[in-house]
Design a binder for this molecule. Structure first.
Ligand code: HEM
Length: 197
């Protein structure tokens, strides 16, 4: 078993991106689902904030993907079984896919909205943000159909995220609590007097 005093951890950039993206996604799931339950006069505000946070996540997800392409993550503990390594790799790969395609599908859904032209997007009410041009300019009947399909895609990618998130957390807790590996510390900044890279 790996010495729990010595932790191979992710870099500061990876740790910061991981937690900022995780928190923003959690907030956005609440806003996306919550938009059905807020009073009518607040719906637009909630959805506009949801879109702004979603586009921010898309930007951060691109940075995270680029980071991952150019950096190897810290090695798994040597005695970690092969099936667990494969499972963790698959879950991480799918999470990267989702943090990118979930906001992208939302942006596609919104770009196909029939009122997109009369309701321009502004990130956090400040920065003008475009719709996806080729979707916005599709013929209205076809665009309406795509609006529904992209909306359904956005919802189903959300369901996939809930499942993967559960697997990700259960896996981390297994390593931490049952296998007594310093799992959470890998994704947490080094504290004073702690050993590790
Ligand atoms: C972190 C990224 C995102 C997450 C986790 C997320 C999650 C969600 C969830 C869970 C829902 C509710 C789905 C349902 O109940 O069927 C939703 C709805 C929606 N999302 Fe996103 N979303 C993200 C990004 C975006 C982006 C970037 C846009 C547009 C630019 C967007 C536009 C929408 C719209 C228009 C709805 C429908 C709201 C309604 O009319 O009820 N989302 N989203």
């Amino acid at each position: 078993m790996q010495n729990s005093e010595f932790v191979r951890r992710y870099s500061t950039v990876a740790i910061a991106l991981h937690w900022v993206i995780a928190v923003l996604i959690a907030v956005n799931v609440c806003l996306g689902i919550g938009s059905d339950y807020v009073p009518d006069e607040s719906v637009r505000t909630v959805i506009d904030l949801h879109k702004s946070i979603g586009i921010t996540v898309l930007g951060l997800a691109i940075m995270r993907l680029l980071w991952r392409v150019f950096h190897r993550p810290p090695e798994f503990p040597r005695d970690m079984p092969k099936w667990e390594r494969k499972g963790a790799h698959a879950a991480h790969f799918l999470l990267y896919v989702l943090i990118f395609f979930l906001p992208l599908s939302g942006w596609m859904h919104d770009s196909a909205w029939k009122d997109a032209a009369t309701h321009p997007m502004h990130l956090f009410n400040v920065i003008p943000w475009p719709r996806i041009g080729f979707i916005e300019h599709i013929e209205p009947g076809e665009r309406e159909r795509l609006h529904d399909q992209f909306g359904a895609l956005h919802t189903y990618l959300g369901y996939a995220l809930y499942l993967l998130f559960a697997a990700h957390v259960l896996g981390a807790l297994k390593h931490q609590l049952l296998d007594h590996q310093p799992e959470l510390q890998r994704m947490w900044p080094k504290g004073k007097g702690e050993h590790g890279v």
